[in-house]
Unconditional design. Sequence first.
Length: 277
Amino acid sequence: MKRILTIQDISCVGKCSLTVALPIISAMGVEAAVMPTAVLSTHTQFSGFTFRDLTDDMLPIAKHWKNENIDFDAIYTGYLGSFEQLDIVGKIFDDFKIPKTKIIVDPVMADGGKLYKGFTEEFAHSMASLCAKANVIVPNLTEASFMLGVPYVGDDYDEKYIKEMLSKLCALGTKIAVLTGVSLNAGKLGVMSLDSQSGEYFYYEREHLPVAYHGTGDIFASAFTGALSLGKSTSEALRIATDYTVECISLTLADENRRTYGVNFEQAIPYLVERIK
């Protein structure tokens, strides 16, 4: 059985980060090892949430794994909340990287043209350095813009611009760059990737559902990483992750009793399991 390590925070209530990564990866028939970077009572869309930082626990956990000769087929990172955590994760990459290990970085820090609260442009530049150690990175357009130090253009772009952004992202050092939330046709939303070794671009789009839910990026990245670890090609893994995310949102919209803080990813797991067969 394949084993993925995912490094990110956990919200005790709220369908995001480890709360979705653990069940999605497990449902795909892959062992999910976790390194929580923080524990929150809920995700940050709620008011009055509690927060406990776990930075001091990260290296001792990694040291114990090393002593037990534990290795990973993939390491997937999500939300990292400080410069210190970036440095620690970079060290974990160096310590646990073996020929079979794929490193996937989702540089969660911004959306809609703005950095999340507490992040700075300097942090984005440090995140770009971490991305240099990855096999695959999956930023959205805002995160890519901040990491590259270029203005965010909103919806004012074309295919040429996206390809130029992907080329610049690969120049950071990653083998494959993926841009999420790309729209090249009216009413559609998708992803585009560039494999820097083959020079091949790939684009996949689905209908654009005019809603925004917390955690859908984490759902996408978790399904994508799971599919990659199972031996799917980058393009097939992107199709699977995109289709699964759309299915999650569609099922949520069809639920009259839906919760507002996340999508019904659990109900879509049977669909995901069928897709990876």
